[in-house]
Write a protein that binds this ligand. Sequence first.
Ligand SMILES: [Zn+2]
Length: 283
Amino acid sequence: MLAHRLSTILPHLEFEEALQTTKVYSVAGLVPEKHSLICQRPFRAPHHTISDVGLIGGGTVPKPGEISLAHNGVLFLDEMPEFKKNVLEVLRQPLEGGAVTITRSMTSVSYPAEIMLVAAMNPCPCGFLGDPKHDCRCTLGEIQRYRARLSGPLLDRIDLHVEVPAVRYKDLSDTRRGEASEAVRQRVEQARERQHARFTGEFNGIRCNAQMQPKHLRAFCQVGAEGGRLLEMVVDRLGMSARAYDRILKVARTIADLDDSDAIQPVHLSEAIQYRTLDRAMH
Ligand SMILES: [Zn+2]
């Protein structure tokens, strides 16, 4: 439900993006009749029994997989640890590069795969760990094996880890409305505009913070002395990988953009650090 609503707060699809996404659907033979152009960000939620070919693409005549069908949109993996390990691991390359290359003996095909990956998992196999109302009956070994199905390198590539407590019936049936998606989308679009302005010129081709490479991090993600000390402490304590470190900087940059701030302040950094709960749980 939450994941499905995500596309309503993402920026509207730009014309160029709509063309790219339509092209992928066209190759896959999935352009709906009467719709010459796909104008909505795609939302794909494959079942955990999917094969690596189904997810990444392939076949005798290489077709795009779910990850490319989600290009410029959201790929949602519910119950992530239930996916086959080899299937999850093939996600690593496209998550890093934004594209999938399928190689056959005679040819190689590349499909775009710039996606927002959203995944959900339980805290333990029975799902009740940390629940105040139910007892978790899993052993420590079972919990560790369950979590170990997600490799460190895969977790490194996921920017935000957020714990969501079980929703109480009272809240579910609450008819008061929260903030409207359109208002949130406006904030997201403003933050995107800041980013666009930052990269225009010298760094044309980069549209948002997620696409920053190390040289951009050096240019745009200075954290100051206090921020530096904070990061040093976290890296020492968590033994964080260089990749996770870069992710924190990018997320902090985005939080600062949402806050309309040119500088990354310590408060932006500490919020970004909070979103690495699974790194903490693994240590
Ligand atoms: Zn349990």
